[in-house]
Design a protein around this ligand. Structure first.
Ligand code: FE
Ligand code: FE
Ligand code: MG
Length: 165
């Protein structure tokens, strides 16, 4: 990467790259979990839930893209094999074997809560040390906070609808 661009990072760059690659693994797994969940979903309010899952799948892929750009900028390489994602992930992958919208929402909320904790830690790590990564992670964290809320709102809607029948 650029000489000055690297000099202004007041962190161990190798450690930072490891951290960013772990988040990168999370994003691919989250992307796929949403993407495949939207395909197999069944049950009440399927249309509304699928629309949200599809939107979130796109957001997670965009996050993976942002992380890759920064990893490469810092002189690193994104994890090159999908088998590495499961090895390095923080938040894991929850197999949507129960494809009811209720189960899918529960799994995805759990994933978002893990993402929020993970990105909050990276923010603390990069604060006043690497402004570029900090700003990027802040943007991603804001999306994850929104995702959690979106999913919780759907869960509430489902509960409310249930009471009407
Ligand atoms: Fe994400
Ligand atoms: Fe998310
Ligand atoms: Mg949304």
């Amino acid at each position: 990467m650029g000489k000055k661009g690297k000099e202004i990072v007041k962190l161990d760059v190798d450690e930072l790259l490891k951290t960013l690659n772990k988040a990168f693994a999370d994003e691919w797994l989250a992307h796929y979990q949403y993407w495949v969940g939207a395909k197999v979903a069944v049950g009440p309010m399927r249309g509304a839930v699928v629309a949200e899952l599809v939107q979130h799948a796109a957001d997670e892929l965009r996050h993976a893209d942002m992380l890759t750009e920064r990893i490469i900028q810092l002189g690193g390489k994104p994890l090159l094999a999908p088998s590495d994602w499961e090895k390095h992930t923080n938040c894991g992958y929850l197999v949507p074997s129960d494809s009811s919208v209720k189960a899918l929402l529960e799994q995805n909320v759990e994933g978002e809560r893990c993402a929020i904790v993970t990105y909050n830690k990276i923010l603390e790590m990069t604060k006043d040390k690497d402004q570029i990564t900090y700003n990027m992670v802040l943007e991603i964290l804001a999306d994850e906070v929104e995702h959690e809320e979106d999913l919780e709102a759907l869960q509430e809607d489902m509960m409310a609808a249930k009471g009407m029948f």
